[in-house]
Design a protein around this ligand. Structure first.
Ligand SMILES: Cc1cc2nc3c(=O)[nH]c(=O)nc-3n(C[C@H](O)[C@H](O)[C@H](O)COP(=O)(O)OP(=O)(O)OC[C@H]3O[C@@H](n4cnc5c(N)ncnc54)[C@H](O)[C@@H]3O)c2cc1C
Length: 395
């Protein structure tokens, strides 16, 4: 079988398309295979962190994303009992980023922006309705199987990136374990056009509300607020997904305000899992195919985009012959360790903090907020600058 001089990418989510854009930008031809008939419309990630925006800027995608989203220069922690516990402002880390704010915008906006920019480029091809179902490694090539129109088609290229999401077929075909656990609780996202600013004083666009009974957080995106609630293990999916239940949860936010207009209700299972390796021969895993975590802190897609840039910068150098293939092992070493050490640890801690809502949490936040050096370090951590620096140190 003829080997195509291209990189194959499974999955046209945010991670697959960032990988494609960064390879094409550096002169590496790419074909993306997407299982769906179109790009996904699913409403999932909606927070882009400062260093992610810096990366998207090099792809020409930050400006249009910001134009379609909204800037969140600060975030706050509250508790149901005490109101605002602490507020943090990204201007504090303006010396390390050109984007000292979060951008609130759906991930489906980013994928459309990237595809629009890539379309028509001679080094770029995308094939929809083309799920990748098999991967076989050879010495100098990798062969994939695509299911199309009820038939299996085989294609070969030099490298393949599995960016095909949490249920990755690439990961399965490579036999890579996805180690970790699934939380017994689930997370419910209720979207409403209700203007919380009009009833909650000093509310900012990202606000986490701690509570030992049922924490929630409020996150504004253009035209809507997304409210995420914890769903307890003994509450059924049917109950959680009913409009009445969503109304009853929303009614706990502001005393006297009820009967909200509800745009969407979505229930998610939540996992903490990391693939045993991010590289096997000529195949790589990136994004949710490589790691999944709870959405508190908005680190899943952001971490996946950081994977995509780390990997494709190296792959471009290997492609051009300016770096040896061993360079690619650094991707696994850096990104897998950072995922375990920082992203998994931080998101698990974020969940515990919201659940505890105890005096220690309040005091620890207030200690950070009162000390400029601690505030600076804390913001480097939550905005994921620290995890990128840590990856760089790993060599
Ligand atoms: C409620 C919620 C809120 C979240 N909020 C945030 C947030 O604010 N910030 C953040 O950073 N993260 C957040 N996340 C996580 C984020 O959504 C994911 O980390 C992100 O979607 C991962 O991107 P991806 O490209 O790796 O995978 P996906 O977005 O899952 O994309 C995978 C793509 O591959 C395609 N595909 C699947 N199988 C195949 C196959 N066999 N062959 C070819 N194509 C295939 C799919 O159709 C899809 O298009 C949130 C998640 C949830 C559930």
């Amino acid at each position: 079988m003829a080997v195509q001089e291209r990189v194959f990418i499974a999955g046209a989510g945010p991670v697959g398309l960032v990988a494609a854009a960064n390879l094409v930008r550096q002169g590496v031809p790419v074909t993306v295979f997407e299982a769906g008939a179109t790009l996904s419309e699913e409403s999932r990630a909606s927070t882009f962190h400062p260093p992610t925006l810096d990366m998207l800027d090099t792809l020409g995608a930050a400006e249009p994303l910001i134009a379609q989203g909204l800037k969140a220069p600060a975030f706050q922690y509250r508790s149901r009992q005490h109101g605002v516990l602490a507020q943090f402002d990204f201007a504090t880390i303006a010396d390390v980023t050109a984007h000292p704010y979060r951008v609130q915008s759906e991930q489906s906006k980013l994928t459309r922006i990237l595809l629009d920019r890539l379309r028509g480029h001679s080094d770029f091809a995308i094939e929809f309705d083309s799920p990748v179902t098999g991967v076989t490694q050879h010495d100098d090539a990798v062969e994939i199987v695509i299911e199309r129109d009820g038939k299996s088609e085989r294609r070969s290229s030099r490298w393949v990136i599995g960016a095909d999401g949490a249920r990755s077929e690439v990961r399965r075909a490579l036999g890579i374990e996805f180690e970790g656990f699934t939380w017994p609780e689930r997370f419910l996202v209720v979207s409403t056009p209700f203007d919380f600013h009009s009833v909650i004083p000093n509310l900012v666009s990202v606000s986490y509300v701690a509570d030992p009974q049922r924490w929630y957080f409020l996150l504004r995106i253009p035209g809507l607020w997304r409210v995420m609630f914890l769903i307890k293990p003994d509450e059924s999916d049917e109950l959680a997904l009913s409009r009445e239940f969503a109304q009853s949860l929303l009614a706990t936010i502001v005393p006297g305000v009820s009967n909200y207009e509800i745009a969407h209700v979505t229930l998610y299972k939540v996992h903490q899992r990391v693939a045993k390796t991010f590289r096997l021969g000529r195949a790589f895993l990136a994004g949710d195919a490589a790691h999944i975590n709870n959405p508190l802190g908005g680190m899943g897609m952001n971490g996946g985009i950081h994977d995509a840039i780390n990997l494709t910068d190296r792959l471009a150098r290997v492609w051009r012959g300016t770096a040896p293939e061993s360079e690619l092992d650094r991707y696994d070493r850096q990104r897998r360790l950072v995922t375990l050490e920082t992203i998994q640890t931080q998101t698990i801690q974020n969940k515990k903090n919201l659940e505890s809502a105890g005096p220690e949490f309040k005091e620890s936040l207030q200690r950070i907020a009162a000390d400029p050096a601690r505030t600076y370090d804390y913001l480097l951590r939550v905005s994921m600058v620290a995890s990128l620096r840590r990856a760089g140190e790993l060599g």
